[in-house]
Design a protein around this ligand. Structure first.
Ligand SMILES: Nc1ncnc2c1ncn2[C@@H]1O[C@H](COP(=O)(O)OP(=O)(O)OP(=O)(O)O)[C@@H](O)[C@H]1O
Ligand SMILES: [Mg+2]
Length: 732
């Protein structure tokens, strides 16, 4: 038989825990004739166990802890003090100072060693919970809580049991033992049950003389006076526990430990529970993509049940009113919610006994009920840069440029919808069948897009571009191999020389990141106006005005477009205009601004090659409806833009500058453009990492002379292709 651990604890001191532990252990010994040991872990009552047993000298845990790692159950055996009755005894320490030094880890090791040597280990755990007795409770087959027979002690004990529940200990393990040692008269059983919230396992009758006598003689009464009523109560209790196999049942509860619900076949959801889930699903409208209770795994069903019952035990609105104004509001809400969820989980999922699994379920449900559900962990994970959710079961995240499916999921589509609503509602936005897509921003600045059924066919979908608290710097990009040192220096020179630069790239290719880096090269005394759809740029210069466009409100009015902001910015006397992305008619105004003295401006366009970027701009200008002939548009583009930098996300997830082109002018109907730097991919290595070289093409751009005029040094030979002699212009 595997060892059964019985933990004796309580809310307070002085309720008879030690006396119970000792007499219970001895009664177990009498009844079962098995190997029983008492371990004293009570820091505030050091030596009490030994005193009740009349033991004056015993080796303590504190004493042999320094070399506990060298011990085996065999060599550990002699450290257990054998009492005359046959019970083994292991005290914590000789004095309180030494007791306090015993770390929980040490206790864990000692219990591991002692387990194989005993059939029962009764642990006097002292009052309250602390890291040391949690170690004991974690392996308990039963946690016996001692209470005095007074209304206050009973109420405190019940609260203590609730506390254990919120620490994810199954209530099924917890048994109440009421000690009538200080009761003036017999307390009615019902009164006890009411205050405890359920019946006590046993009520120990009062017998002052017997207890005092036993203490004075250091001879426990179950041995010394077996016929006394109090002693018989113990024997009867033990007989019942053993006969009915209660400790074994509790140990069966314990067998689920170390297993998640999915692994633990013992977790069952009853038909009744399934019905409750179905009703719940219906009440929430289910939705086309909803599934029935039968289709869910047991873990999801459990979470569902908890969600269903949560409003019964937790009135979030009221709670929010109570603690709303307090600075620790979020923490308080979370604490209360966790306690409530732990309680419901314990009731609905008694068979989930692994504490860590309980903790996980409680966290997941609370994340869904209060926060952003499965997104919480991913948002907190610094390594994650992007998160994508395609319906409840498909949560993807990008780490180190690689997009992977995560193990996270949402309990159901309704939870996912609730999370989306929690994101958009505080921003005054709405998402429903009428307006099924929305852009929003999280409190930390992360960019969110959500789109829901009927537009999203397989369930609500979320895309998050996480806001980088520490935006990438030029050195980071060089380190990642996105560009070379030389190129970084050249681009810095170009920005300082007020060249107009367009960054071109596909979705998520790193345009905004590079724009931020290039903007950081703008001198401190320039007045900068930034214009974006969702503010992502993080400029450090002192003189920056940040503008953000605005979608129409719920009534469909109040829209302010990027174009309006660009026009307005021209009246703000900017030295530089930085537009997050040109994707509409604002291209016209941007080009005009670049052509009319606001040079040194920067923007990005969505295109896959520099040539495409030019045609894209042309198309955008045509959209503006000015009815310009295309030659005029091209001339404007050619004279406005100096440089196009092409970025791309390669097959291995790395983001790189692929090309730097100079826009040099017009030839007949076409804009002329020369590539001066290019990345040439030569292949992929065994890890599928892209290999290739980045370097000058040999073409020396015309703007070099402009840099020279401004006295901006460009390193010699930077434009020379390998093996090519430096051309005179390259030395500018
Ligand atoms: N050179 C780089 N190396 C590694 N990661 C990068 C690099 N540039 C950007 N990233 C990361 O890639 C993600 C996308 O970057 P960014 O927002 O700059 O792209 P974008 O092209 O502006 O995207 P969108 O088209 O959605 O506006 C971000 O998480 C960013 O941190
Ligand atoms: Mg961007």
């Amino acid at each position: 038989m595997a060892c059964r651990f019985v933990v004796v604890g309580g809310a307070r001191d002085g309720v008879g825990k030690t006396s119970f532990a000792v007499n219970f252990a001895l009664s177990l010994l009498k009844e079962t004739r098995k190997r029983v040991m008492i371990v004293d872990l009570d820091v505030s009552g050091v030596g009490d166990v030994a005193a009740l047993l009349g033991i004056t000298e015993a080796r303590t845990i504190a004493e042999f802890l320094p070399y506990v790692d060298q011990l085996t159950p065999q060599t550990f055996g002699p450290y257990i003090q054998a009492h005359g009755t046959g019970v083994g005894v292991l005290p914590l320490a000789a004095n309180p100072q030494a007791a306090r030094k015993v770390a929980p880890e040490g206790i864990r090791k000692v219990l591991d060693l002692a387990g194989p040597l005993c059939d029962y280990i009764v642990i006097d755990a002292g009052a309250g919970v602390d890291p040391a007795n949690i170690v004991a409770m974690e392996r308990a087959s039963g946690i016996f809580l001692l209470a005095s027979a007074t209304p206050t002690s009973l109420a405190a004990t019940r609260q203590f049991a609730d506390h254990l529940q919120s620490l994810h200990f199954p209530q099924a393990l917890v048994k109440f033992v009421v000690n009538a040692h200080d009761a003036a008269g017999p307390l009615p059983r019902e009164a006890v049950a009411v205050r405890l919230g359920r019946a006590a396992l046993v009520v120990l009758p009062r017998d002052d003389t017997l207890t005092l006598d036993a203490a004075l003689k250091a001879a426990p009464f179950v041995m010394d006076a077996p016929r006394a009523a109090l002693s018989r109560t113990y024997d009867e209790l033990v007989r019942q526990l053993v006969e009915k196999g209660i400790l074994d049942q509790l140990a069966a509860v314990e067998r689920g430990r170390g297993q998640s619900v999915d692994q633990h076949r013992g977790v069952e959801v009853t038909q009744e529970q399934d019905k409750a889930i179905e009703g719940f699903l219906k009440s929430r409208g289910g939705g086309k993509t909803g599934r029935s209770a039968k289709e869910m795994d047991n873990r999801t069903r459990l979470k569902m049940l908890i969600h269903k019952r949560l409003p019964e035990v937790l009135d979030l609105k009221r709670l929010d009113r109570e603690v709303g104004g307090r600075p620790d509001r979020d923490k308080l809400l979370r604490e209360r919610a966790e306690a409530a969820v732990a309680k419901v989980l314990d009731e609905e999922g008694a068979s989930v006994t692994d504490r860590n699994e309980r903790r996980r379920i409680v966290k997941e449900v609370c994340d869904e009920a209060l926060g952003l559900g499965a997104l919480e962990d991913l948002l907190a994970d610094e390594r994650v840069t992007e998160i994508m959710v395609n319906g409840r079961d498909n949560v993807f995240a990008e780490i180190n440029g690689k997009l992977r499916k995560t193990e996270y999921s949402f309990t159901d589509d309704a939870q996912l919808m609730a999370v989306i609503e929690r994101i958009v509602t505080p921003l005054g936005r709405r998402i429903d069948e009428k307006s099924p897509m929305v852009d929003a921003r999280l409190a930390d600045g992360s960019r969110v897009n959500a789109i829901i059924p009927p537009l999203a066919i397989d369930g609500p979908s979320i895309t998050i571009r996480k806001f980088a608290r520490e935006p990438m710097k030029v050195d980071d990009l060089v380190r990642f191999g996105s560009l070379t040192h030389d190129l970084a220096d050249l681009l810095r020179a170009c920005v300082q020389a007020r060249l107009n630069i367009v960054i071109s790239g596909g979705t998520g290719s790193g345009k905004t990141t590079l724009l931020n880096v290039l903007s950081s090269f703008i001198p401190e005394d320039d007045r900068i106006v930034t214009i974006e759809d969702a503010a992502e740029l993080q400029l450090r210069q002192p003189h920056v005005v940040r503008l953000e466009s605005r979608p129409a409100n719920i009534e469909g009015v109040g829209e302010v477009k990027i174009r309006d902001l660009v026009k307005n910015s021209l009246r703000m006397r900017p030295d530089r205009i930085v537009v997050g992305e040109c994707r509409g008619a604002e291209a016209v105004d941007m080009l005009q601004a670049m052509n009319t003295g606001h040079d040194g401006s920067l923007t990005t366009v969505h295109a896959n090659t520099p040539r495409d970027a030019l045609s894209r701009l042309e198309t955008l200008v045509m959209f503006a409806g000015l009815d310009l002939p295309s030659r005029a548009i091209r001339e404007q583009i050619a004279s406005a833009i100096n440089i196009i930098v092409q970025v791309s996300r390669l097959s291995d997830g790395s983001r790189r500058i692929l090309s730097v082109c100079e826009v040099s002018g017009m030839e007949a109907q076409t804009i002329t453009m020369q590539e001066c730097f290019a990345f040439k991919q030569t292949g992929v290595d065994a890890q599928r990492k892209v290999i290739g070289t980045f370097g000058p093409t040999g073409f020396v751009p015309k703007f070099v002379s402009k840099l020279g005029e401004l006295g901006i040094e460009v390193p010699r030979g930077i434009f020379a292709a390998p093996g090519q002699a430096t051309t005179p212009r390259g030395r500018a």
